[in-house]
Design a protein around this ligand. Structure first.
Ligand code: 5GP
Length: 137
């Protein structure tokens, strides 16, 4: 059951600030506040869905189109070498926010990831990364 009090629903409504990367009619992308690597971005649908199973195929396709467009630009902007897509379904899988989201995690050769939902990043650093990525779009 979708609960629209979740933090990403509040971000979509503009009730909570976010470091926006991109937005279109169906999707919204913003920086993860606890990034596993620099430029770690979350892509979410504007439609209500808790995870992969209660989203329509079209909603998932919209997210994938946004991921496919953004990921190479984020990689270039962050000077990374590749990217990882992560998507968690259910508490047992590590999902902590119950609005469907896809993680785009830039990867650099030889550099390990910070822990999932680990430490909060410095807001100025996030603002600077968001600015660099947006300028590359
Ligand atoms: P999940 O484990 O549900 O896939 O991941 C949720 C993600 O959302 C985590 O990576 C966490 O760092 C991130 N996150 C949690 N709260 C906030 C928030 O208020 N703003 C942003 N931008 N990210 C958040």
């Amino acid at each position: 059951m979708y609960d629209d009090n979740n933090i990403f629903a509040k971000i979509l409504k503009g009730d909570i600030p976010s470091h926006k990367i991109y937005e279109d009619d169906t999707t919204y992308a913003f920086l993860d506040v606890m990034p596993r690597s620099d430029g770690h971005t979350l892509v979410i649908p504007k439609a209500d869905a808790t995870g992969l199973l209660d989203a329509s195929g079209q909603v998932i396709a919209n997210c994938m189109a946004t991921i496919q467009m953004l990921a190479p630009k984020i990689v270039d902007a962050m000077g990374a070498d590749g990217f990882l897509i992560q998507q968690f379904n259910g508490e047992a899988a590590g999902q902590t926010v119950f609005h469907l989201h896809f993680h785009i995690v830039p990867r650099k050769l030889g550099q390990s990831l910070r822990p999932h939902a680990g430490e909060m990043a410095d807001p100025e650093t996030l603002a600077s990364h968001a600015h660099i990525i947006r300028a590359a779009l």
